[in-house]
Design a protein. Structure first.
Length: 189
């Protein structure tokens, strides 16, 4: 971090000076409502688009910090289909969280009523939710998970029948062993 002549630590404006004497050393955002980020007021930091972008980045940073507090630590993916289903749930949770934080707008002396950055972030989250959930529906994740579960059941039944065949069980003994195996499998599930 740079230190200015006034002794303020932090990021600098960094815009080129008109006279070509290097770069501006004012505190980033000096003279604006977003001090610490972006150019100073002398280099366009007070324009509506720069102010709006700085506000959007601030809200997004706060939302990510908040979401990071409620989201679990990432773990390796061993079942991509289940992970995708979980992602769809998290996207829905993100939309719900932003919906709770949503405020419609605020008043500004210069520009009248402005759309709050949270509205833009919420709109982006809705787009993300639409994309993820649309992909989820196209991939037929629920059907694939059901097919995997059925394949696992068939494999277990096949293994049990092979074990009964190896043990030479037939008739009433095999039927009794099948019922006991089914009872044990239900207790495990």
């Amino acid at each position: 971090m740079a230190t200015s002549a006034g002794g303020h630590d932090g990021p600098r404006c960094g815009s080129r000076k008109r006279q070509g004497e290097g770069t501006c050393t004012q505190v980033a955002g000096w003279g604006t409502d977003h001090v610490g980020e972006g150019p100073c007021k002398l280099h366009g930091g007070s324009t509506p688009s720069v102010s709006q972008g700085a506000t959007l980045r601030l809200v997004e940073r706060e939302a990510r910090e908040l979401f990071g507090k409620v989201a679990p630590d990432p773990v390796p993916v061993d079942n991509p289909l289940a992970a995708y289903a979980k992602l769809a749930g998290r996207v829905n949770a993100w939309v719900d969280l932003l919906d709770d934080l949503l405020t419609v707008g605020y008043q500004s002396e210069r520009n009248g009523e402005q759309i709050h950055a949270a509205v833009q972030l919420f709109t982006q989250a809705l787009g993300l939710a639409n994309s993820v959930l649309g992909s989820y529906a196209r991939l037929k994740i629920d059907e694939r998970l059901a097919a995997i579960t059925q394949a696992q059941k068939d494999a277990v039944i096949g293994a049990i029948n092979a074990a009964f065949d190896d043990a030479g069980l037939e008739g009433d003994a095999r039927e009794s062993a099948t019922r006991r195996a089914a009872r044990h499998l239900r207790s495990v599930a």
